[in-house]
Design a binder for this molecule. Structure first.
Ligand SMILES: Cc1ncc(COP(=O)(O)O)c(C=O)c1O
Ligand SMILES: N[C@@H](CCOP(=O)(O)O)C(=O)O
Length: 394
């Protein structure tokens, strides 16, 4: 396997520590598709490492990630009038988000390279995940987070797993710039998603969707922040296609929050991508103005015939309540953006109700309980008697 620049095609050995090409382009791992096992997609024993022959490292550090449920959302199918609707529930991963897929591969690669220190910038989930995998690997983790803008559950995770948590006066984009500089100057291995090995782990979401459904869905809908996941899932489907496992590809539909939607705005206004200076949204996981993987994500949407869409914070919170109250699925706000986006696209007739849709619900709702409790007032306590209980429910 080699690393290849998606812009100029220049190749680098897989063991060279670099995150971008000399020309500034993003790198991707080129998998040798002659050596992969194409016979394993039988719907059984699904875990991330089932797909080891498709991955660029051996399993060294694992917390049993992947194998997340694919729920049929039959209540929502009726409500929305959609033929086939599923949620790939990534909140069921060991630290509660899809980042664990990237970290099992990324931290395994760090060990393979002999790195003893790892770092990331994070809106929360990446830091929680890196902290856990670094703990398991017995190496040091440094995580830079935007001060005051990270959900409490995620902060608690990073702390308890033993990472050095460093809040910064600035947003995620500022933190990522510092982490990239630090990794170059201080020889710390950087595990944000511009590290191409991170995306190798995350591409297994595509493998699992196919393995679980035994077919390719027409559309995959997911939230977009730093834009790594949409790029990774598209890479996964393309590899399956190129290896002859599948004979069609899904449309990739990326959803961004209104106050942090540089990709979706450029797409809708049919102009070039331009970063946003002061991103703002209640969905703190995707509060990102300068998505590092924007070029890969743009290609994923363009090549797949998909689209980007924008949703408001209000639409996100409404979708979060709908998923929980109609399907028993509690996801964090960023994850609910996928359903909010689908509802909007259905209402505007930009997608076809007779098609199949997989929503990628990226993170667990318990990571950010504040967002639910903020607008909810518990009633006064009742007397401990049956009468008092009856009065309340009648
Ligand atoms: C819960 C959650 N959903 C979605 C995203 C967006 O993913 P990406 O940055 O790969 O676009 C993130 C992180 O950015 C996240 O933590
Ligand atoms: N939501 C992310 C943002 C960083 O994304 P990454 O995939 O580049 O690590 C987070 O959880 O920090």
């Amino acid at each position: 396997m080699v690393l290849r620049c998606i812009r100029c095609g220049r190749e680098y050995p897989e063991d060279e520590i670099r995150y971008r090409c000399e020309c500034g382009g993003l790198l991707e791992v080129v998998v040798d598709l002659d050596k992969v096992d194409t016979k394993i997609f039988d719907g059984n024993n699904i875990t991330l490492w089932k797909y080891e022959s498709w991955l660029p490292v051996k399993k060294i550090v694992s917390l049993n990630e992947g194998g997340t449920p694919l729920y049929r959302l039959n209540n929502l199918e009726k409500i929305l009038g959609v033929k086939e609707l599923y949620a790939k529930n990534e909140g069921a991963n060991p630290t509660g988000s899809f980042k664990d897929r990237g970290m099992t591969v990324g931290v395994s690669k760090a060990l393979e390279l002999g790195m003893k220190r790892v770092a990331c910038a994070s809106t929360g989930n990446t830091s929680a995940s890196l902290a856990a995998y670094a703990a398991k690997a017995g190496i040091e983790a440094y995580v830079l987070v935007p001060s005051g803008k990270i959900a409490l559950g995620k902060l608690a995770q990073a702390i308890i797993y033993g990472a050095k948590v460093i809040p910064i006066k600035g947003n995620f984009d500022d933190a990522l710039r510092v982490v990239i500089e630090a990794s170059e100057e201080l020889g710390i291995y950087m595990l944000n998603s511009i590290n191409p090995f991170r995306l190798e782990g995350q591409k297994t979401i595509a493998y699992e969707i196919y393995d679980q459904l035994q077919k390719v869905p027409d559309n995959v809908v997911l939230p977009v922040g730093n834009a790594g996941n949409i790029s990774a899932i598209w890479k996964g489907f393309k590899e399956l296609y190129e290896a002859g496992v599948i004979d069609k590809l899904p449309r990739m539909i990326g959803i961004q929050a209104e106050g942090a939607s540089p990709l979706a705005k450029a797409w809708k206004e049919k102009r070039k991508f331009k970063p946003e200076k002061n991103p703002e949204t209640l969905a703190t996981a995707i509060r990102i103005g300068n998505p590092a993987n924007w070029e890969k994500a743009w290609r994923a949407v363009e090549e797949s015939g998909g689209m980007f869409e924008i949703v408001s914070d209000e639409e996100i919170l409404k979708a979060q309540r709908i998923l929980a109250s109609k399907e028993g699925l509690f996801v964090e706000p960023a994850s609910a953006a996928s359903l909010a986006g689908l509802i909007k696209l259905l209402n505007e007739e930009k997608v076809d109700r007779d098609e199949s849709f997989v929503l990628v619900t990226t993170g667990h709702g318990l990571k950010d309980p504040d967002i639910v409790l903020r607008n909810f007032k518990l009633p006064e306590p009742i007397e401990p008697t049956l009468d008092a209980f009856r009065r309340v429910i009648e």
